[in-house]
Design a protein around this ligand. Sequence first.
Ligand SMILES: *[C@@H]1O[C@H](CO)[C@@H](O)[C@H](O)[C@H]1NC(C)=O
Ligand SMILES: *[C@@H]1O[C@H](CO)[C@@H](O)[C@H](O)[C@H]1NC(C)=O
Length: 174
Amino acid sequence: MRSRLSRCFWLLLLCYCFLSRRAAAAPRLPVRAVNLGGWLVTEGWILPSLFDGIPNKDLLDGTQLQFKSVTQDGFVAAEKGGGAGLVANRSHASGWETFKLWRINETTFNLKVFGNQFVGVQSDGSVVATATSPGKSETFRLVRNAGQNRMRIMAANGLFLQATGSGLNMRPQC
Ligand SMILES: *[C@@H]1O[C@H](CO)[C@@H](O)[C@H](O)[C@H]1NC(C)=O
Ligand SMILES: *[C@@H]1O[C@H](CO)[C@@H](O)[C@H](O)[C@H]1NC(C)=O
């Protein structure tokens, strides 16, 4: 009886650690629900092994990402934390440089910024974080460079985001 209890305890602790790592920014642990790629698990505790077999499992819903421009050596930021354009000229990454994933499927995502707006491409080609809800122009594909820890962000029009211009504004380019 006693050993069963302690085994239970360790199991819970294991799950707790895993979930708290994933939910680092969320207040008040323990977490009793996780979002598995749009599939909400609300009952009981789930084991890390349940994530096995999910494509791109390090890009699950709610994952927070920071992007550094390889050419500019600057972190991508939502100016003012949201409500304005995206730039790639920050030397340090913190809240404004952190993007939270809304996972549509294994390759397609919405990117939510610090101020809760969504990143989108406007008709003039500028990349801004102004939308309060995501539509087609707020939908991006994250394309990995195989073997390297690199990613490109493809807009709905099929162009990849790049940092250009004096302020290193983000724009979709060929
Ligand atoms: C993901 O969703 C996008 C947009 O709905 C779609 O175009 C794409 O084919 C989907 N990809 C996969 C792998 O399901
Ligand atoms: C980054 O570029 C924006 C847009 O031009 C500018 O307003 C901001 O001051 C720049 N920030 C830094 C840290 O250079």
